[in-house]
Design a protein around this ligand. Structure first.
Ligand code: NAD
Length: 475
């Protein structure tokens, strides 16, 4: 019997079908690309309710969070591209160094060609479509493989793309990691992967087979450093939101806190106040709040509970929270103290609603601890001491740094977003996203006939040698 899946084009067929389009799209104008983006924008605006429903089904994501964290980043990314694409695509003239006198040069931004996009489940709409916006802006074709765990949202994305584009332009392949593996065997011109560092390594290895370029948007343990000069009330308000939005399942969520030992109690007390304010003002319990999301699936719920048990078994103290309900995948916002380096919460990316609070006595100890771990995706500094803020910026490494807030930088579309080494390679958003999918082709124009370089040709007599020596001395 013929299965439905037998009738669907294989990844190889889709990939081959996109070849001719990718060549044709090299000539695409800013206007052509903007038309594609406008179609997307209109579709998103017309399907607001379906998007909210899909995200509720997948993550029980509150509608305001869908608007703010899923839809807005994509629509604002599109609008930013519509406004700036002409400028980004315009050939960029380069200054002429003296030894090149008589030549002119510029950068032509060429679409890389056929792109593969693989995305995660935590912001399944935003993180699938954000990179797609950049790919379209750069003039690439794309095959998008969204996460199998956010099935409702992934299906909706497939509906959108199949309504707006033909498969030889942009297409969505739904499936699990086996599908991702078969896609990764193909010689894409660029692979944009968002997900865990573990799978990022698999992606980079696969890309090496064909020397495909990669953008890897990965994860890690993003620290929050509370300085002695911090306003604790202000810091707690921001951190509690940034940590527990999307139930802590955010790549740039604060992973752990470093607070001066003598401020620990006051800071934890401030965080407790804000937890109640945000999620339990009426005192009915956070599990009754419509504003608090759920853990994506049973496997991740189990992972969180094991992490919590591991921490408490090794001496961590639950300051607040710690209540889990398997059937609804609810885990209350949980703040932990008395953390030690043997605990999983200290060793692994948490990616859920557990927040360990560590303490330090002198700033250099906090810096040393941050530097002893893999470079994080984001580092958050709370404090009013500009000297210390600068010290943290210079003496540590992270994909991005935010001073006196957290998570917010994701929405800044003029800013390069991404990690460094373990937390990522390459940058996304706005112009940086456009550049990820573009080959910056340097073009040099020489004049016809005699030019400066003619003087350097053989035979290498005394005159030529002197000229070369002069050039080496002065330029
Ligand atoms: P994941 O790495 O498990 O999966 C991401 C995607 O890769 C999915 O589409 C999945 O199907 C695919 N995949 C899984 N195994 C694969 C394999 N062996 N070969 C090829 N593809 C495979 O990540 P996740 O659980 O969906 O998301 C959580 C991780 O993503 C966290 O580490 C988080 O920090 C990170 N993340 C990073 C960003 C960012 O912008 N830097 C954003 C969101 C999430």
């Amino acid at each position: 019997m013929i299965q439905l899946s037998d009738l669907r084009p294989s990844p190889l067929q889709l990939f081959e079908e996109q070849w001719a389009t990718s060549i044709a799209w090299r000539k695409s104008t800013a206007q052509d690309r903007k038309e594609r983006l406008k179609k997307m924008l209109q579709w998103i605006q017309e399907h607001h309710d379906q998007i909210c429903t899909a995200l509720w089904e997948d993550l029980r994501k509150p509608a305001p969070e869908v608007d703010l964290n899923e839809i807005f980043p994509v629509t604002s990314e599109i609008k930013h591209c519509l406004k700036n694409l002409d400028n980004w695509m315009r050939p960029k003239p380069l200054p002429t160094p003296l030894p090149m006198l008589g030549t002119s040069a510029f950068i032509h931004f060429e679409p890389k060609g056929r792109a593969l996009l693989i995305s995660p489940w935590n912001f399944p709409f935003n993180l699938a479509l954000g990179p797609l916006v950049s790919a379209i802006a750069a003039g690439c074709t794309a095959i998008l493989k969204p996460s199998e765990y956010a099935a409702h949202t992934s299906l909706l994305i497939q509906e959108m793309v199949s309504e707006l584009f033909s498969p030889h332009e942009i297409t969505v392949c739904l499936g699990e990691k086996e599908l991702a593996s078969s896609l990764l065997n193909l010689p894409f011109d660029h692979i944009f992967f968002t997900g865990s560092p573990e799978v990022g390594k698999i992606v980079m290895k696969a890309a090496a087979q064909h020397l495909s370029s990669v953008t890897l948007e990965l994860g890690g343990k993003s620290p929050v450093l509370i300085d002695a000069s911090a306003n604790l009330t202000d810091a707690a308000q921001k951190i509690v939101w940034g940590k527990f939005v999307n139930c802590g399942q955010t790549c740039i969520a604060p992973d752990f806190i470093l607070v001066p030992e003598n401020k620990k109690e006051a800071f934890i007390a401030e965080m407790k106040i804000n937890l109640v304010k945000y999620y339990d003002e009426e005192g009915k319990g956070i599990d009754k709040s419509h504003d608090y999301a759920r853990i994506i699936n049973e496997r991740h719920f189990q992972r969180m509970m094991e992490m919590l048990e591991d921490a408490t078994a090794k001496g961590a103290q639950v300051e607040i929270g710690g209540n889990g309900e398997k059937s609804t995948r609810y885990l209350s916002p949980t703040i932990l103290s008395e953390i030690s380096s043997e605990m999983k919460v200290f060793q692994e990316e948490i990616f859920g609603p557990l927040l360990p609070v560590l303490t330090y006595n002198v700033l250099s100890d906090a810096i040393a601890l941050i530097n002893s771990q893999p470079k994080p995706l984001a580092l958050y500094y709370f404090g009013q001491d500009q000297g210390n803020a600068k010290r943290i910026m210079v003496e540590t490494s992270a994909g991005n740094m935010v001073i006196n807030d957290c998570v917010l930088h994701f929405l800044h579309n003029e800013m390069p977003f991404g990690g460094v080494n373990t937390s990522g390679i390459g940058k996304a958003h706005g112009k940086y996203g456009f550049l990820s999918f573009s080959n910056e082709k340097g073009v040099l124009k020489q004049r016809v006939g005699f030019n400066n370089v003619s003087l350097l040709r053989p035979p290498y007599g005394l005159r030529v040698k002197k000229l070369i020596a002069t050039m080496m001395k002065w330029f």
